[in-house]
Design a protein around this ligand. Sequence first.
Ligand SMILES: Nc1nc2c(ncn2[C@@H]2O[C@H](COP(=O)(O)OP(=O)(O)O)[C@@H](O)[C@H]2O)c(=O)[nH]1
Ligand SMILES: *[C@@H]1O[C@H](CO)[C@@H](O)[C@H](O)[C@H]1NC(C)=O
Ligand SMILES: [Mg+2]
Length: 343
Amino acid sequence: MAEETPINSTRPVRAAIVALVRNSDLFGLRLAIRQIEDRFNRKFQYPYIFVNDEPFTEEFKQGVRDLTRARVDFGLLDEESWTVPKWIDKARYAEVKRTAKYPHGEKDSYRKMCRFQSGFLHKHPLLADLEYYWRIEPDVEYFCDIDYDPFLFMRQNGIKYGWNIAMTEFMDTVATLWNTTMAFAQENPQMIAKRSMRNWLVDANGAYNGCHFWSNFEIVDLSFYRSAEYQMYFDYLDRAGGFFYERWGDAPVHSIAAALLLDASQVHYFSDIGYFHPSVLSCPADARTRSSCVCDSDSSFVQNGLCTVRFKEERHHALFPDAKHEAVHSGLVFTAQAHVIVE
Ligand SMILES: Nc1nc2c(ncn2[C@@H]2O[C@H](COP(=O)(O)OP(=O)(O)O)[C@@H](O)[C@H]2O)c(=O)[nH]1
Ligand SMILES: *[C@@H]1O[C@H](CO)[C@@H](O)[C@H](O)[C@H]1NC(C)=O
Ligand SMILES: [Mg+2]
């Protein structure tokens, strides 16, 4: 049975498709898995790992397993990874929840979720053997066949962080994230990459511009999150309390870390992957000519959005500081189809 397949029996990379989800997410998650299977994983059979702060029901497990022949593991979170830490001032936090004007501002669970995805998901025991993960969420959609292995592509090109949607943030949720980050950078200057993407994050006045990758899609070389640098950065943020006094998201935290701690060449835009997370569509520019895509590039504003365009420019500047205006040549290695396992 597929469920008994060891994690690295036939696949070239030790990787899995991973999500934190609730039992109530079953329907939306099935929608996502159906498309991941049809567009990609039917050929590759990467395992799935789902984790939850409450035990998964039998109905949930069956409902997921019914959709795939790949191995599926279900895990529970430990207490440390899903909590309001003891150094958080209860009265101050209660006042924040009472007065916050941004989405999910009144919620404990959403903040615990963001803290967990920032600092603990990659440390869950079920992920211990993985080199890479691909994050999914309930209700996401995939519109084009993915006929190469993005994990292998990342390994072959030395990429540590792959993203698909870049957006600006509700600034009230991250009001002091940037100055806290700058304080960390001042204390640990050796941790900032020489060719970092720092300029992608700041406006003309040097303030955080809110740009971040949507972490509901992220393909990550987990050595990045497991690095001493990332761990120290997360711990610094956690101590500062902004996951609770504000509502720091795992998306800006991951993005700022990737932009400052990684070399610009290690961050990759998967613009070829047609993707939707409510309410944003990212449809490849060549979707009309690619027979397998079922999305409309003309409705995909995000691919021409400020944070996306500036990413391309700033990445190019970081890698080729002397270049004038030549076309961007990525030099990426592509071995589509090279590792298709089963049909
Ligand atoms: N187990 C669990 N998962 C949660 C909880 N809150 C959010 N999630 C998961 O965290 C991810 C992000 O939550 P979502 O509601 O999609 O947030 P959004 O994408 O920012 O609107 C999804 O995979 C959710 O299923 C929670 O309280 N418990
Ligand atoms: C960041 O700014 C806030 C508000 O301006 C201030 O209270 C806080 O001390 C600053 N934090 C750091 C680490 O500089
Ligand atoms: Mg979501």
